[in-house]
Design a protein around this ligand. Structure first.
Ligand SMILES: NC(=O)c1ccc[n+]([C@@H]2O[C@H](COP(=O)([O-])OP(=O)(O)OC[C@H]3O[C@@H](n4cnc5c(N)ncnc54)[C@H](OP(=O)(O)O)[C@@H]3O)[C@@H](O)[C@H]2O)c1
Length: 314
């Protein structure tokens, strides 16, 4: 019995090591990136939430360069207009771009229908298909739950869980009909572990992981690709990180992330983060919790210093 248990444990550890190596080596070094138009069933349009900054903007640029027409959704009209101009210039006006001003703290379904779903329907996605990037997200500065503004807590729950759920539900029927489609859901490394001082943010990202996993199970007999991306730090407004190997620019991050579509259902999205995640897979849970707690404490202290400096400058 003991020998059997030892074999079982050894096989499990070997499986984790092999999967860790596969997730680092295959999508980033060996696989030939998919033709995203083909994999999405001939989609001509890509819809991106939170597309005027950071990761969402970079996906928009890179999908635009691949010839996708774009539906960009964010809160700020002026930012949408300038990102539209920028992308059209980069793509030499070879694509169409539609912008939608929508604040995702708004949970009203009638507004979703009026402002977003009606625009998508006009693009004839029933015939042409759609590539969907559920990217919009909201985070707090690291702190104890009771120290975070109540309205911000509520907004984080709404922005991080509602759009991904509603848009996926609304867009899946045409993908099912055509037996093809791509949905990418941006989660966070913070969704895989209990991340102190980000209690609600981390929980909402765990929701995205769980939700996407269930969708993959429900639609497993179709060719629809449903991918979860769980980045570590990317140097954007949200993270306030400077660019480094483990905090890549949004451009570097998305260049890597796009290569993984169709090859891994869940990924950290870029090579440096995937290397970290692969090491994480080998550690026992108590050690991960210990490391995360220390890391989160450092983030909280750094955020306090940053805020203090900002107040002094004002
Ligand atoms: N950066 C990181 O280190 C990191 C790490 C892990 C996961 N992520 C995840 O990656 C995603 C993108 O993050 P990011 O770092 O690229 O963020 P970012 O640079 O702060 O950009 C956020 C984008 O979302 C839009 N947005 C924000 N609130 C909105 C709202 N209420 N309604 C509509 N649009 C809204 C913003 O435009 P407007 O202000 O014009 O609305 C902007 O285009 C998020 O889901 C985040 O949780 C990021």
């Amino acid at each position: 019995m003991l020998t059997l248990l030892a074999y079982f444990t050894l096989s499990y550890i070997l499986y984790r090591i092999c999967y860790g190596i596969y997730s680092v080596v295959y999508p980033y070094f060996l696989a030939t990136p998919m033709d995203l138009h083909k994999s999405s069933g001939g989609a001509k349009w890509a819809l991106i939430t939170g597309s005027t900054d950071g990761i969402g903007k970079e996906y928009a640029i890179q999908l635009g360069k691949k010839g996708f027409n774009l539906i960009l959704i964010s809160r700020t009209l002026s930012k949408l207009n300038s990102v539209k101009e920028e992308i059209l210039k980069e793509c030499k006006n070879n694509i169409e771009i539609e912008t939608i001003t929508f604040d995702f703290t708004n949970a009203n379904l009638d507004d979703y229908k009026k402002d977003i779903l009606s625009v998508i329907e006009k693009k004839d996605i029933g015939i042409l298909g759609l590539f969907v990037l559920n990217n919009v997200g909201l985070a707090n500065d690291p702190d104890f739950l009771h120290e975070i503004d109540l309205q911000l807590n509520a907004n984080i729950i709404i922005v991080n869980t509602l759009p991904v759920s509603i848009l996926s539900a609304a867009i899946l029927p045409q993908m099912i009909k055509r037996n093809a489609g791509i949905i990418i859901n941006i989660s966070s490394g913070g969704g895989a572990v209990a991340f102190p001082y980000f209690s609600i943010y981390s929980s909402t990202k765990a929701y995205i992981n769980h939700f996407s996993k269930i969708l993959r199970s429900e639609y497993s007999n179709t060719n629809i690709i449903i991918q979860t991306i769980s980045p570590g730090h990317v140097a954007t407004n949200m993270s306030s990180e400077k660019i480094s190997y483990f905090s890549p620019s949004a451009k570097e991050f998305v260049e890597d992330a796009i290569k993984t579509i169709g090859f891994v259902p869940e990924t950290a999205g870029c090579l440096p983060h995937q290397i970290k995640a692969a090491f994480g897979m080998l550690l026992p849970h108590f050690m991960i919790e210990f490391l995360i707690k220390n890391f989160a404490k450092k983030m909280k202290d750094a955020a306090k210093i940053r805020k203090g400096n900002e107040t002094k400058q004002q």
